[in-house]
Design a protein around this ligand. Structure first.
Ligand code: HPA
Length: 257
């Protein structure tokens, strides 16, 4: 199996893929529950990031288990979704943003599979350029509003941010804020898996939005865009080149002193 989908908030329905069968995968980090099914004839894995039924909050997600499980199934490409708040007035609720860079404001989540071995993976281009190009082409083909680049800032959560934090994050250069892309993107790179994330703006961030932010409004926007996400992935997956030519597959080369 070559492609895996990690569904974020609002994307938990295994029927996103055809004929999904639940599977428990044992990893050194614990058991991971995911679904194996098909997508236009190809075998594919679907992993709901927050667990089946959305019980696991961002800071308790077993990120190492999730990536390790996909790796053990032979997944070489991961397409993920991330619900985000927007700090950029051009990125509005319902818009897609193709993440291009990140800033890590999480607090002590394990960000490596390595124990004693020193590994410094390069993060010059954290998201796979090939997968990003494929998703960009899909959005152009479907005519969906997608911002081709966006800086994601990851907070620890599970609370939303204060307006003062959002003001500070804007000064740092962030476009969107979420709670889950770190360490997922880092671990995927360390596992030498290509990874891209389609962010969905669900709200303007704290202090930019007029009122309070609720988890319900996040879910409501996700429900509105879920069919578009499915269409984007349907277009994108068959376009992914069969052989990998990007640097993701060699991420560990030169990473150890
Ligand atoms: N902040 C953090 N995470 C989020 C937000 C937000 O405003 N919206 C959706 N996920």
């Amino acid at each position: 199996m070559k492609v895996g989908i990690i569904g974020g908030s609002g994307i938990y329905d295994p029927n996103l893929i055809e004929n999904p069968k639940e599977k428990k995968v044992e990893t050194p980090y614990g058991a991971v529950h995911l679904f194996i099914g098909r997508w236009q004839g190809e075998e594919i894995a679907f992993l709901p990031r927050h667990g089946i039924g959305h019980q696991v909050p961002p800071h308790f997600i077993n990120y190492r288990g999730n990536i390790s499980a996909l790796k053990s199934l032979g997944v070489e490409r991961i397409l993920s979704t991330s619900a985000v708040g927007s700090l950029n007035s051009l990125m509005k609720p319902g818009d897609f943003v193709l993440l291009s860079q990140f800033i890590d404001f999480t607090k002590g989540r394990p960000t490596t599979f390595e124990g004693d071995r020193v590994v410094h993976v390069d993060m010059s281009e954290p998201y796979c350029p090939v997968l990003r190009a494929v998703l960009l082409e899909a959005a152009e083909n479907k005519g969906y509003r997608l911002h081709p680049e966006g800086v994601y800032i990851c907070t620890e959560g599970p609370r939303f941010e204060t307006p003062a934090e959002i003001k500070a994050f804007r000064l740092l250069g962030a476009d969107v804020v979420g709670m889950t892309n770190i360490p997922e993107v880092i671990l995927a790179r360390e596992a030498e898996i290509c990874y891209a994330s389609l962010a969905i703006v669900t709200n303007m961030a704290a202090g930019i939005s007029s009122g309070r932010i609720t988890a319900q409004e996040v879910n409501q926007i996700m429900n509105e865009v879920i069919n578009k996400v499915k269409e984007l992935f349907s277009f994108a997956i068959p376009q992914i080149p069969k052989t990998r030519t990007c640097f993701c597959k060699d991420a560990l080369k030169g990473a150890s002193p």
